[in-house]
Design a protein around this ligand. Sequence first.
Ligand code: NAD
Ligand code: ZN
Length: 241
Amino acid sequence: MDKIQTLQQYIDESQRIVFFGGAGVSTESGIKDFRGVDGLYHQKYKYNPETILSHSFFLSHTDDFFEFYQDKIVQPTLHAKPNAAHYKLAQLEQVGKLTAVVTQNIDGLHQLAGSRNVLELHGTIHRNYCTKCGQQYPLEAVSQAEGIPRCQCGGILKPDVVLYEEPLDETVISKTVQAISQADLLIVGGTSLTVYPAASFLDFYQGNRLVVINLNVTSYDDKAALTINGKIGEVLDQIKL
Ligand code: NAD
Ligand code: ZN
């Protein structure tokens, strides 16, 4: 039996599927990942993305932070559309087979494709708030700003994304742990599994059907019942409901 058929059988036999994904889920929508071959780490910047997207850098180099954030994250996402992976996951939820999408992505494409229970471990670019008065702002307040986006009160806006050095949201963590520990099938895709604590939540899975779909090898391949080396959109597109 080929690997796609095995995945199809796993999905057919499951009722509480959880999908756990990362930046690789959105590359087929035209948004670059960090660590893939064309990813942002392979480009030349004054600082690497991990430095720029850190809490201390946001405070100390706010203008450089927003230059990178605007060019590399916000603007490419504004025009991005969900791909076959996002749509198939939304459909699996609609037919009652998938309980949650856990994502490290901040682009909002799962919701755009129709997914409802999306646990955004690293927050979202779609929420922003004033660091001085707390006023909430939509993405447009950042995407249309020139330079540092500011509140009417003069305070600097901060995207509600989890920067390096910042803790994850407790509510999102507990929902993630609950969903994964109750899953009968855990599909992991498009993530290097190198960002912690996000990757550590996979350890709460108690079933014996871990599936990893990635373009390259990950540190969880050994634990997987099935590994598929391929593009996640092309793989999930072949799954029938
Ligand atoms: P990563 O860049 O570390 O790893 C992406 C992985 O996906 C790589 O192993 C790559 O080989 C694989 N990949 C790329 N395209 C793929 C495809 N079409 N099909 C299957 N696999 C594919 O990403 P990460 O593990 O998510 O960690 C990076 C961090 O950066 C995360 O915290 C995330 O929040 C953030 N990030 C988010 C976005 C986004 O929101 N779209 C984009 C870049 C980075
Ligand atoms: Zn304000």
